[in-house]
Design a protein around this ligand. Structure first.
Ligand SMILES: [Zn+2]
Length: 381
């Protein structure tokens, strides 16, 4: 730790050294991951003048954060990062029709959708459904709750614990409920009396499809389902594109390795056409999942080398990129975990999912064209 810059009653700004030889990619990983070291961190910035990480946090946490940060830096140092493969890009090559945004519009949380935004969200979903329609997917509506049984299969809680949002419920215990009622005049919320309901709120849609197919045999299938998903995002990073609660549509494909890869690649092209048709600026490139622990860091290298994941990244008004769709090839590991096999050979099938952050598509349209529906592409008006 270098120095203590500012101290006030609630938090301080501390500077932390970064190893000299950190590449730009590793630096980005570090800035992204450092936000998750503690809930008490209020901001993470990079100071390029003296190559340090500036972390705003509660003063009592200095030692704890120094220790966790040292571990994080050590694991990132050992990662082998390779440059992403850019499949498609129209960055700086399309005539920009961007409207000048007010600060308010750019940072709008958009948690309450008015009539025009509800319609926009539903029209975006209609366009995305059309992309899957030619493949006649099986459509489903699943619960938002993901059971412990399901978690044990997909191991989300092991690889991405930082994203988990779970539910609590009041135990059906007459004595407890009566005593809580007697002690409470109504001003107090009852969190400490509740217990876990088991399971979590779903972070994505596809695990329900695998659960439905568990211990079954088929040759190939595509499922389509949409709904609300939840992720425990860092509060100070929330904005129009990053929400704790959001709508997602996913297409899940199971079949042979060749079929799953072909479908994913075809859909990459179809989604890229839609993105261009809507006049948006961005790129499709290989990407990785935000694994949390250093033991999983080598999976990141593996994902990049295997090109297991591509993301469509919209270039925002502020110059940063937000992923609005992902195209995932999961190999046979999820079909293996859920025991989904080929009906003749008995071998585990391969799978993939194509996921769309519907609220992010909506925010991209508003970020690019503004709030007035008359300025949006005709197909969305
Ligand atoms: Zn998925």
């Amino acid at each position: 730790m270098k120095s203590n810059l500012v101290t006030d009653t609630s938090f301080m700004k501390n500077k932390y050294d970064i190893p000299d030889h950190f590449s730009e990619d590793k630096l980005q990983e570090l800035i992204e991951r450092a936000s998750y070291l503690s809930d008490e961190i209020k901001r993470v910035e990079y100071d390029n003048e003296d190559h340090t990480l500036v972390i705003h946090h509660h003063p009592q946490l200095s030692t704890k954060i120094s220790e966790s940060l040292a571990k994080l830096i050590h694991s990132i140092q050992r990662m082998k990062l390779i440059a992403p493969t850019v499949l498609e890009s129209n960055v700086d090559s399309i005539p920009s029709k961007r409207v000048k945004q007010t600060e308010k519009a750019i940072h709008a949380e958009l948690d309450v959708l008015d009539e025009s935004k509800m319609q926009l969200l539903s029209k975006i979903d209609d366009l995305i459904k059309k992309i899957g329609a030619s493949r006649q997917p099986i459509t489903r509506n699943y619960p938002t709750f993901l059971s412990d049984h399901n978690l044990k299969k997909n191991k989300y809680h092991i690889h991405f614990p930082q994203n988990i949002v779970a539910l609590y419920q009041m135990p059906h215990d007459y004595t407890l409920i009566e005593s809580v009622r007697q002690k409470n005049n109504g001003d107090h919320i009852l969190h400490e009396h509740m217990k876990s309901s088991g399971g979590i709120l779903r972070p994505c849609i596809c695990y329900h499809v695998y659960e439905e197919l568990e211990h079954s045999s088929t040759d190939s299938a595509m499922y389509s389902s949409a709904g609300t998903c939840f992720r425990n995002e860092v509060p100070w990073k929330l904005d129009a594109f990053r929400k704790k609660e959001f709508n997602m549509r996913e297409f899940v494909v199971v079949g042979s390795e060749e079929e799953v890869k072909r479908t994913r690649n075809e859909m990459i092209q179809e989604v890229w056409s839609l993105f261009n048709y809507l006049g948006l600026e961005g790129k499709i490139e290989s990407a990785t999942d935000p694994f949390f622990f250093s033991g999983d860091m080598n999976k990141i290298t593996h994902q990049l080398m295997a090109e297991a994941k591509y993301e469509l990244k919209y270039k925002r008004q502020n110059g940063s990129y937000s992923s609005i769709a992902s195209f995932n090839f999961c190999g046979d590991h999820l079909c293996d975990a859920y025991d989904i096999t080929h009906k003749e050979s008995g071998q585990h099938l391969y799978s993939g999912c194509i996921a769309f952050g519907l609220n992010r598509w909506m925010s991209a349209i508003i970020d690019y064209y503004g709030e007035d529906p008359a300025a949006w592409p005709i197909v969305l008006q």
